[in-house]
Design a protein around this ligand. Sequence first.
Ligand SMILES: [Zn+2]
Length: 408
Amino acid sequence: MRTLKFTAAAALVAAMGLAGPAAAQNLVFEGGRVIVGDGSAPIENGTVVVENGKITQVGPAASVKAPAGATRVDAKGKTIMPTLINTHEHLSQTKEGIDTDFKRRAYFGVSASMSLGIDNTEPPYQYRAAQSAASSRYFTAGRGITRHEPGRGGEAYWINTAEEGIKAVGEQAAKKVDILKIWVDDRDEKYEKLTPALYGPIIDAAHKAKLRVTAHIFDLADAKGLLRANLDAFAHGVRDADVDDEFMGLLKQKPNFVLNPNMGARGAVADASWLKAALPAAEYAKVEAGNVANEGAAKGHAIQARNLKKMSDAGAVIVMGTDGNTPYAPHFEMEDMVLAGMSPMKVLVSATGDAAKWLRIPDSGTLAVGKTADILVLDGNPLEDIKNTRRINAVYLKGVAVDRKAYP
Ligand SMILES: [Zn+2]
């Protein structure tokens, strides 16, 4: 019945000579390496069938029967994997700005973003509700909670008492934010930071409101306090010291704990040449101007890399997130995560299947029957070299090919 209705509507649009929204074609991706996104072994010479924007078959070529009339996509020598999901960003606050943000994300193969804690306008909520066809999906932590941080943006709640914190949680729960963000950081001793007496009641109030809580942290001591206070996730790794046995003991008691490592600058010159063709010249020049070695940053990055490896090995759920508003950042972050010692497969899962679970996107994140066809086609194998995620051949969002030539 649904098919009949769809066909009738399409016929009507065609008869009237109207340009309807780009309809999802039925597609068969053939002959490629399929990375499912759940950590299972890749399927060599795999086939993925997409019908009406949904994945209807996945498997070795011999096990899949292509539907008649579907458009065949030759993926020989290519990799087919889920699009990327960025669990920590700060997006624009106007409708126009978000439109641009998401077009650029689509170009770089990113299909969903969590804006983490400084959304103080309405467009993020409108965009989240709309989730239009050929673009990324928006998730928001609304306004997060911190102490008074004069000189920094005032988009977050600045609180001094547990009561103020609990009131803020109530307001954000009423906005139906996707997660609650808190900051526990004195910013190099410039400000007071949230104490256990403040973040404890905030976390409890959030959990009562069915909200999970993620924390911006810096110091190991705060990370321990937050684990004791039943926090759900870190929005950065521990940055001041190597995690110790006491920390690992606390982590062990929380088997589903989530780490978004969000490691920031590596402090070493990176290969950014792949961006040259993708960015306006002035923007690319800026990237290269900032692409310099920095000993201090390298030292801090190394601490985070060691801590990421330890937490990942201990079984923490790792989800990819980059901070900032840089559409291509996931491709650098994933390289950094591999350099930290995670396997390319684990890193890909952190940016696809596990990121989707964390953002509660049940219909995306893996290439499995019934999932939405959010598909990335790569010209190389990211399991051999994670930098091959940058060699994007095509991006499909909800089964519709992104017109990458029209961006940015
Ligand atoms: Zn952030």
